[in-house]
Design a protein around this ligand. Structure first.
Ligand SMILES: NC(=O)c1ccc[n+]([C@@H]2O[C@H](COP(=O)([O-])OP(=O)(O)OC[C@H]3O[C@@H](n4cnc5c(N)ncnc54)[C@H](O)[C@@H]3O)[C@@H](O)[C@H]2O)c1
Length: 329
């Protein structure tokens, strides 16, 4: 049996979720974990196996390492993926892929030149509620998708590295890379972006808390992201408008209604039978590397989410709509 010898770089909350999903597979063997916080690395190896490293360069120097999961803070993704590809390792990189498209392009080119695979963890489209809603859209039964509106609101008190704008890229990168990717998964590639961004910041942070974004898609669809991290009565809502009806979803449930019929819900048992999104993305990465199976999410998907977030920041700063593609430099 083929076995993927895997390493983890960044053993925090998300790194461990990815690693535990990988560990459920018989064809994965952990050879090491790198984290500058020694006890994070050793706690992780106690659970996953392999050796603990304080520097990712030492982990990447191992000849028996095939691939890495990269789950460091956002600003380090590019540097770590470039080092991994230079060492000839395949990489799964958490979202946001990077904090600008120039870095995304360097990462994609480096992986291509090294002949290794690079996947980005745009997991929302694989999470049961969102995945099932997308299946309904793609069934064609509801006609063409016309628009998607997403509200993601909460009262967000960022902690540790997330409190600063610089290592996160702000809410549009750190949180809404997910919703932006989902809009693309439903409506295709974006043509232009307009955003209004507040000067009011999240508590104890320099991150703007209100980010409203409108996206016009190339095929005519319209996307609206209502991202507000200053609402104590937070909620998550997705509404997809289609020619013949509408679909609403969240993490674990989906309802739909044709214009001329009663609303219906996808049965709970059907939703519960679906694999968690993180398991699906990790399975896809492993199966791409080991068996050449087409990946469910690509580095170009990661890049496109970064491009829209970058364009939104530009629009927020200038007050003008921004046409895509952005120049990569
Ligand atoms: N897909 C999702 O739903 C989801 C959810 C949470 C986080 N994330 C993403 O995962 C990444 C990590 O987030 P988290 O919540 O696990 O953060 P975290 O703070 O819990 O963990 C980050 C870890 O990276 C380590 N680290 C920092 N610099 C490093 C370096 N140079 N080399 C190796 N390790 C380093 C830290 O010591 C820490 O242990 C972020 O990019 C975040 O956006 C994605």
């Amino acid at each position: 049996m083929a076995v993927l010898k895997l390493g983890l770089i960044g053993a925090g909350g998300m790194g461990m979720s990815l690693a535990k999903a990988a560990k459920t597979r018989e064809d994965v063997l952990f050879v090491g974990v790198a984290d500058p916080v020694a006890e994070q690395a050793s706690k992780a190896t106690a659970e996953l196996g392999g050796e603990a490293y304080s520097s990712y360069a030492d982990l990447l120097a191992r000849n028996d390492l095939d691939a890495v999961l990269v789950a460091t803070p956002n600003a380090a993704h590019c540097e770590v993926v470039l080092a991994a590809t230079a060492a000839g390792k395949h990489a799964f990189c958490e979202k946001p892929m990077a904090l600008n498209i120039a870095d995304c392009d360097r990462m994609i080119a480096a992986a291509q030149n090294a002949g290794v695979k690079l996947m980005v963890g745009q997991v929302l489209r694989l999470i049961p509620g969102f995945a099932k809603a997308r299946e309904l859209v793609e069934s064609g039964e509801f006609g063409k998708p016309l628009a998607i509106a997403i509200e993601r609101s909460s009262f967000w008190k960022p902690r540790a590295w997330r409190r600063e704008y610089r290592p996160t890229g702000g809410v549009l990168f750190e949180i809404n890379a997910h919703e932006i990717d989902y809009m693309r998964a439903i409506l295709g590639d974006a043509a232009s972006v307009y955003a209004c961004i507040s000067t009011e910041t999240c508590p104890d942070s320099d991150i703007p808390g209100i980010n409203y974004v409108l996206v016009r898609f190339k095929e005519g669809g319209i996307g609206m992201l209502n991202s507000n991290s200053l609402i104590p009565q937070g909620q998550y809502q997705v509404a997809i408008t289609l020619e013949k009806g509408s679909i609403r979803c969240d993490w674990s449930s989906v309802t739909y209604q044709f214009r001329d019929r009663e609303a219906q819900a996808v049965p709970e048992e059907e939703m519960k039978a679906m694999l968690p999104g993180v398991q699906r993305e990790i399975d896809s990465f492993v199966e791409w590397v080991l068996y050449g199976k087409e990946p469910l999410v690509t580095a170009l998907d990661g890049r496109s989410a970064v491009e829209i977030a970058q364009a939104a920041l530009q629009s927020g700063a200038t007050g003008q709509p921004v046409s895509l593609p952005l120049q990569s430099s």
